[in-house]
Design a protein. Structure first.
Length: 235
C-alpha cells in the first residue's frame, strides 16, 4: 500500500505500543491496502482432519499445516490475473452495500467509522470497495461473483476438511463465529456480517481499552504479538 507504515518503522512500533488517537486517522477516502504477497489464486489446498489452533481471528496469519498441505483441489476463479493476494478490478464489485452497513454499524455500536472502514479495506477491500462475496480459504483469497458462486467455493472447501474460512465484507471467520448465524448464506449478508464484526470490535475495545489493541485482537490472539503488529500496521 502506497504510504503504508513499515513494520520496521519506529512510527508504526510507537503507534502499536502507545496507542493511536481515536479514531484511527481519516481513512474514509483512502486507497485500499494491498495484501502481503500471497500464492497465486486458483487452488484450495487439502487440509488435515483438524487444523492447528490459530489466532482468535484466522485471516492473514494461517496455520502452516493448512497452507502447506498437499494435493490442491482446483476452484473456479475469475479469469483475470491477480495482484498480490487480490483479484484485478474487473473481477471486483464496486457496490457500496458493505460501506452502507459500516455506517449503520458505526452509529449502532459507537465505533468510529474510520476504524471500521480501515479494517474493512484490509479484510476485503479492492480499489476502495469492500467485497460482499470475498472468501479467504486457508490463507488464500477467493472473490466469488455471486452468492451461489460463494457457496460453491465454501462447500468445496468444507468438503476437503478446511475449517478456517473467512467470509464476507469484514471476513468473519466461520470456525469461530459461524454459530452466530442461522446459515452460511447469512454470513454473506452484509448487514449481519458487519454487525457480528462490529460487535467483536466493540467488545475488544471494552476489554483492551483502546482502538489500537481492539484492531490488533480482531485479527490475532493475545500471544501472537507479531501478528497483532502486522495487522495494526497494515490497517
Amino acid at each position: 500500500m502506497a504510504g503504508a507504515i513499515s513494520l520496521a518503522s519506529p512510527v508504526c512500533a510507537q503507534t502499536f505500543s502507545t496507542g493511536i488517537p481515536e479514531p484511527i486517522g481519516a481513512r474514509k477516502n483512502a486507497a485500499p491496502p494491498s495484501a502481503p504477497a500471497a500464492a497465486p489464486l486458483g487452488t484450495i489446498p487439502r487440509a488435515p482432519a483438524k487444523p492447528a489452533q490459530p489466532a482468535s481471528r484466522a485471516n492473514s496469519v494461517q496455520p502452516a499445516s493448512l497452507a502447506n498441505s498437499a494435493q490442491p483441489v482446483p476452484v473456479a476463479r475469475p479469469n483475470s490475473a491477480a495482484r498480490p493476494g487480490k483479484p484485478k478490478r474487473n473481477a471486483a464489485s464496486t457496490s457500496n452495500v458493505c460501506e452502507r452497513e459500516l455506517a449503520r454499524a458505526s452509529a449502532l455500536y459507537n465505533i468510529p467509522l474510520p476504524v471500521l472502514y480501515a479494517v474493512g479495506l484490509q479484510e476485503s477491500g479492492i480499489n476502495g470497495h469492500l467485497q460482499q462475496y470475498m472468501l479467504n480459504v486457508a490463507g488464500k483469497d477467493y472473490l466469488a461473483t455471486s452468492l451461489p458462486d460463494a457457496m460453491r467455493a465454501f462447500n468445496e472447501a468444507r468438503a476437503q476438511g478446511i475449517k478456517l474460512i473467512d467470509v464476507g465484507c469484514l471476513q468473519v471467520n466461520y470456525y469461530y463465529h459461524g454459530k452466530k448465524f442461522r446459515s452460511v448464506e447469512q454470513m454473506f449478508n452484509p448487514r449481519l456480517n458487519v454487525e457480528v464484526a462490529a460487535q467483536e470490535l466493540r467488545d475488544w475495545r471494552k476489554s483492551q481499552g483502546n482502538w489500537t489493541m481492539a484492531v490488533a485482537r480482531y485479527n490475532a490472539s493475545k500471544h501472537n504479538v507479531a501478528g497483532q503488529k502486522r495487522y495494526v500496521c497494515a490497517v
